[in-house]
Design a protein around this ligand. Structure first.
Ligand SMILES: *Cc1c(COP(=O)(O)O)cnc(C)c1O
Length: 404
């Protein structure tokens, strides 16, 4: 095995405004573009393709850094890692209804228990490379947990704001991992506002979703891993629980990068954004043909990770859905809860509610005919179900009595 973490080449050529396409230099501190939109990292793909092959990657350790040529971190000493292992792709045979495989990418195995670790480990590594010492972030729980862990490991101070009703376990996890945590009587966008208003005075680097360019790069490794696990082939359809959309945007970006270097053939998968009926701004925008999504008032759902009333990358999500011939769909909370229970009881997979939402959407869209039972479908379970409250279902017995 090639275990060397030596100086590694990286192929970042520049950054580019996701909306306007104007360029920004690599290796400098950036937030949003001049137009106030997310920046996308661009690579010299020709040089990248010459320096690495699928066979070389296959010989490397099974973690996120095996795709280092596709990532922006230039120097090995800047890598902040807690062991970002390759997550399993698990087939749910019993839940299939046709010839198509139903595969669950179980991201709950990552450090801090969610796929936020992928984005945050790359973003914190870049922050360290660029000399950042203070980071602030609004979060519904999992992103903050990942930030707290990676920032502390990198000796960076983190300040985190979360909505009032964020589960205790998440808030305490962040604090235990060294962050300063604040509960705010509002939603994630209200938390984001506090950071925007105080970041200059506090010298905070704003780590809000897509307001720094490197989380997408970390999250895109989900797409790399998925296609490598499938033998460099693509599924027909991907169901992604969509909040800020980092993962969906990232996967779509890397599929196009892989296509450009000739590593993938055939049609790219249909991307499906899954939201909750109580917070579905992307679904509404998709269905009305809009380029941007409007703020969703009074957002509520049991799937807190996708309770994002307004996403700054809305147009990038919508573009990916349309370019891929995918769609956006919303599921009710009751259906999410039932899907979670079914997956756990029948396949032994305890999903998070957001992950369960993708299974609920899969069933709903099989019934609607928007996807077929012969399609190979991938669902993303983005966090471990163990961090969420579970229904009380235990039985009690007296130690001295006869077993009933
Ligand atoms: C953050 C999060 C999401 C949404 O991910 P995005 O890429 O930001 O859309 C979904 N589920 C869980 C559990 C999350 O923590």
């Amino acid at each position: 095995m090639d275990n060397t973490i030596a100086e590694r080449p990286t192929f970042v050529s520049h950054l580019e405004c996701g909306l306007k396409g104007d360029h920004y230099p690599a290796d400098q501190l950036h937030g949003l573009s001049k137009a106030g939109k997310p920046l996308l990292v661009r690579y010299d793909l020709k040089a990248l393709a010459k320096s690495v092959s699928k066979e070389m990657i296959a010989r490397r350790p099974a973690d996120l850094w095996r795709y280092r040529e596709f990532l922006p971190v230039r120097r090995a000493e800047h890598i902040v890692s807690l062991g970002e292992i390759t997550t399993p792709l698990i087939r749910a045979h019993k839940l299939e209804t046709g010839k198509g495989a139903l595969l669950i990418k179980d991201e709950g195995r990552l450090p801090t228990g969610s796929f936020k670790a992928r984005g945050v480990c790359v973003a914190v590594s870049m922050a360290k490379a660029l000399g950042i010492t203070r980071i602030a972030m609004p979060t519904n729980g999992n992103a903050g947990a990942a930030l707290a862990a990676y920032a502390s490991r990198a000796d960076i101070e983190s300040t985190i704001f979360c909505p009032d009703d964020t589960p205790k376990i998440n808030v305490r996890e962040m604090a235990a991992q060294g962050a300063k945590v604040w509960r705010v009587n509002g939603l994630i966008n209200d938390c984001g506002k506090i950071i925007a208003e105080n970041k200059e005075a506090q010298h905070w680097y704003d780590f809000s979703t897509l307001k720094e360019p490197y989380r997408i790069e970390g999250k895109k490794t989900m797409g790399l891993e998925l296609v490598e696990q499938l033998g460099w082939r693509l599924p027909s359809v991907i169901f992604y629980p969509t909040g800020g959309g980092t993962g969906l945007i990232g996967m779509w970006k890397v599929f196009k990068e892989l296509k450009a270097i000739g590593w993938l053939d055939g049609p790219l998968p249909r991307m499906v954004a899954v939201q909750a009926s109580g917070c579905a701004p992307i679904v509404r925008a998709f269905d009305t043909g809009a380029e941007y999504a409007e703020l969703w008032p009074d957002a509520h759902t049991v799937a807190a990770g996708i309770r994002v009333p307004v996403a700054i990358g809305d147009f990038l999500i919508l573009r990916a859905l349309r370019e891929s011939n995918g769609f956006a769909t919303a599921v009710d909370d009751e259906v999410i809860v039932a899907a979670l229970a079914e997956m756990a009881a029948r396949e032994g997979l305890l999903m998070c509610p957001e992950g369960a939402a993708t299974y609920a959407a899969y069933q709903q869209e099989l019934a609607s005919g928007r996807i077929g039972a012969d399609d190979t479908a991938v669902l993303f379970n983005c966090a471990t179900g163990l961090k969420y409250p579970l229904p009380a279902t235990e039985r009690h017995m007296d130690k001295g009595s006869k077993f009933p």
